[in-house]
Design a protein around this ligand. Sequence first.
Ligand code: UD1
Length: 377
Amino acid sequence: MTRVICVAGARPNYMKIKPVMDALERRGAEVVLVHTGQHYDPAMNDVFFADLGIRPPDRFLGVGSGSHAEQTGRVMTAFEPLIDEVSPDIVVVVGDINSTLACALVTAKAGPLLAHVEAGLRSRDWSMPEEVNRVATDRVSDYLLAPSPDAADNLRAEGYREDQIHLVGNVMIDTLLTNLERARASAVLDEYGLAKGEYGLVTLHRPANVDDPEVLSGLLKALGEIAGRLPLVLPVHPRASRRLAEIGVPGGIRLVPPAGYLDFIALQDSARVVLTDSGGIQEETTALGVPCVTLRDNTERPITVEQGTNVLAGRDPARIVSTVHRVLDTPPAPRRPDLWDGRASDRIADVLLEGGTASTRPRPTDQPRATDRPLPI
Ligand code: UD1
């Protein structure tokens, strides 16, 4: 039987790892769920396990918050002995958080095969810690599981071999489609006195947006102007809460606690527009057909702009306001990308388990590389 460690560490990991675990277990694999503890507040963590029906982690590393080096180092130190003890055939990491990179680095040196779900996404913005995590995780992975053709193309351009690259689709959309009806039954709109199509939903948590008071003040000014046309609801990420309290938010913007998974999908699904600096929300709005304005200068998910409902507005307040007015006047026509069909995790499990026990197969990375030229990144 193939033994697989599935790693999760923070809020955006849980909805990605759950369908992969299920698909592996349906095919008879033994799954060991490791939670690094990067996120630990009940509102960032426990509610997602309950909403998504994820079993309690088999192992909890309890690393908590810290600087990038502290957090990454603590995950590595705690994960290394666990690899020896569990002796998995494969380790699956998802996304681009510090826990993803930490477990990838340990696995690559310890011996098991490493699979990266959401491989190949690139913002080409090296000021984002997530970009460093993505590129470095892909570099040591055996299986590069890409959510979209642009991601697979990025990997080819960086010199990875075809037999490492698997275009499987988007696991986040597997979870969205599985839970959409349950989300639509949520009482959250009633609880906040909101009506479908009559509010905008905002999220802000990127260090580049919330850590610098000047940048955050500019964003809040823009949001205040938009709230003159459409009331806004902002579930507050813990990273942003202190600064938001210090600066104060303009009228028309309602701060609410972080939402659970089902409530947040319900809030997105009924919003007239979503304003965000998150990555995953760009994808969920595209799948739901809800207009999305991204408060960043770039996106590692260009397919949401090319085919979906996403528009990049940057961080300049005047540009944000004009972009939101334009999107409200002329909402973009959505098209759900191919392979965002609810079956990405099945394709992943087929790739990982094909041919029986993984340990009897050569690592894809044992093969000579197609090119020895330095990766152009
Ligand atoms: C992390 C990820 C980011 C992801 C985000 C989703 C990295 C580099 N960043 O960012 O890609 O989009 O999660 O939420 O891995 N905190 C709490 N309670 C918690 C967790 C965090 O209060 O449960 C506070 C702490 O003050 C902490 C800060 O939030 O220092 C930042 O947490 P951290 O995990 O370092 O990064 P995020 O900003 O959450």
